[in-house]
Design a protein. Sequence first.
Length: 243
Amino acid sequence: MNNLKNLNIKIFADGANLDGIKELNKQDYISGFTTNPSLMKKVGVSDYKDFSQNLLKLITDKPISLEVFTDEIDLMEEQAREISSWGKNVYVKIPITNSKGKSTIDLIKRLINDNIKCNITAVLTFNQVKEILKVANDKTEMIISIFAGRIADTGINPINIMKDSVGMCKEKKNIKILWASTREVLNIFEANRINCHIITVPHEILKKFKNIGKDLTEVSLETVKSFYSDAKEAGFQIKINKS
């Protein structure tokens, strides 16, 4: 974990398991939390408000991003204002468009002008980042979540868009670029190298932090042992014909 102490980037935990969040909150290297409707559904959340308010009782001094879940822009605004009222540490996650591709830029402008902290999510292009920055102000805190992992899934290296976005926000102290859809521990060090402000990391990847700094020869041996153990447990055999 010593490697993490040398990083400038802030690590947010991404998930919806309250027990896991409670444990992660004890870790010095966790600076905030993010979640979304898909993660909530995955763990069986049925009451959005009840879950969110229980989460906010657990986490009182670190930023938490909670997402709107309607497709109608007007209702999205109503949800955003309600969610924001639940806690001073709440950032409201607003998707860059609704599911029909309709832009939420005007909504984002209204919310931040009313000093509602927003986390603009599902951003994948530099043009989207530029559109967001056009309506940003100099006082309201905002996070722009760029889905680097999903960009990489298309065969495009996300580093350039991440680096350019960080550069555009260099003079805007109230705006932070977040590396989202993290796929592996390496992404944390990649994001830190380009001075990205925040990276949000799924709980299952956070569990891999115990491997940071590990000797690769040792990892190699552990890998061989696991293959051997699994083959033995499965009872695999090959009859060798010696004739």
